[in-house]
Design a protein around this ligand. Structure first.
Ligand SMILES: *[C@@H]1O[C@H](CO)[C@@H](O)[C@H](O)[C@H]1NC(C)=O
Ligand SMILES: *[C@@H]1O[C@H](CO)[C@@H](O)[C@H](O)[C@H]1NC(C)=O
Length: 374
């Protein structure tokens, strides 16, 4: 008995010492704040630890390769633009500069931003609504702060690109063209500028690739199809040419109509064991979905583990951000009422459940997407 008690004390002490706190930075759609939340993996709680007033509402935020800079869209700017922050730690985020993309690009809103992980660490920005067929390449200073537009390039009439991913060797950039129902491949030049390489029209009309993600082994590329509420797969032999695979997976249940939803995100887990995907419901009274897939060592999707209802519709968000420390853990954002949650895949992989919830009710501004800082 005493031995058992001592043992359990030691065991809980060990669990405590292994416990860690992880920080998330969260953007907004319509209030000018960045939020920093802390997830405690022992207590399984999310706590708001910092509110940083900014001068932009960022529908999308993205960290630089070394996490010393954070880039964001300015969703409500009169002229579509992008903002740059220096990041000392998850709670010390300082506004540096705004770069106006509008002189050559005429889309109504800046919608997405992503930084290259390779020198010279160029940053790529996309537009949505209006005449959004253009993309912007921005250079950065030595310290990673956004510098200037070094290229504006055209997709095609009707294009509206909502997501980007780098090829496994970082020599190509894949663009998910929601408006143009296609994926684009651009070669990346030494200075970060792009050269058109290929456009792959999605074989199903009106599927609308929204976001795209590349498996690090290079052969497989996944996309979330916003209008058809599916996850689609592509294969590539040389990274520069993508081919669609016939098999796709549904992000709605039997009896649901795809037109009631607008599928949101796909992202790989920390060690590429799982692909996470999410869907949003247009009707705020309905729920969105969270799903996860088994990914084999080559990157092929082997099976869909589950399709679970999310807490709310998701609003404009329901963006999933897999944690960098546990394949089975994802953060999900919602702006229907304004919250961020951490979900864990069940041990039997047949579902997932909310393990931590944090309301950030700032009048429906929060929450757009979240990035894990640690
Ligand atoms: C980064 O470099 C730019 C250009 O030299 C400078 O204007 C800016 O103040 C620097 N930012 C920080 C945080 O050092
Ligand atoms: C969520 O954000 C979008 C984009 O700014 C906004 O149009 C919408 O009204 C927000 N949702 C709610 C429920 O406020």
């Amino acid at each position: 008995m005493r031995f058992l008690q001592a043992f359990s004390t030691i065991a809980s002490f060990m669990a405590l010492t292994e416990a860690a706190k992880h920080q998330l930075i969260i953007g907004t759609f319509s209030t000018n704040f960045l939020y920093t939340a802390e997830y405690d993996d022992e207590a399984q709680t999310l706590e708001l630890i910092k509110t940083t007033p900014t001068n932009a509402a960022s529908s999308w935020i993205s960290l630089s390769h070394d996490k010393k800079n954070l880039y964001g869209t300015d969703w409500n700017a009169e002229t579509p633009s992008f903002v740059s922050y220096s990041v000392k730690d998850a709670s010390t985020i300082d506004y540096e500069v705004r770069v106006d993309g509008s002189s050559d690009c005429t889309g109504e809103k800046s919608i997405y931003i992503e930084a290259s992980p390779e020198p010279p660490y160029a940053v790529y920005g996309n537009y949505f609504y209006g005449n959004a067929k253009c993309g912007t390449v921005m250079s950065v200073h030595d310290n990673g702060t956004l510098n200037s537009v070094i290229q504006s390039f055209e997709y095609a009439d009707g294009s509206a690109v909502h997501g980007l991913s780098f090829s496994a060797d970082k020599k190509y950039l894949y663009s998910a063209d929601d408006g143009g129902n296609s994926l684009w491949v651009h070669g990346i030049n030494d200075d970060g500028t792009l050269t058109f390489h290929d456009q792959l029209t999605w074989p199903d009309d009106g599927a609308d690739p929204r976001h795209v993600v590349t498996h690090p082994n290079g052969r497989y590329v996944y996309t979330v199809l916003e209008a058809s509420s599916q996850v689609g797969q592509c294969i590539t032999n040389d990274l520069g040419n993508l081919y669609t695979l016939q098999q796709s997976f549904s992000l709605i249940k039997d009896g649901d109509q795809a037109s009631d939803f607008w599928a949101d995100e796909v992202a790989l887990s920390a060690n590429n064991k799982y692909l996470w995907a999410s869907n949003r419901a247009h009707d705020p009274a309905r729920k969105g979905y969270l799903s996860a897939f088994e990914v084999n060592e080559h990157g092929a999707l082997m099976q869909q583990y589950f399709l679970a209802e999310t807490t709310n519709s998701g609003g404009y968000a329901n963006a999933v951000a897999p944690s960098p420390f546990d394949d089975g853990l994802v953060a999900i954002t919602d702006n229907s009422t304004g919250f961020v949650e951490v979900w864990r895949m069940n041990d039997d992989k047949a579902g997932a459940s909310v393990i931590a919830h944090l309301d950030i009710d700032d009048g429906h501004g929060c929450c757009a997407n979240a990035v894990w800082y640690s």
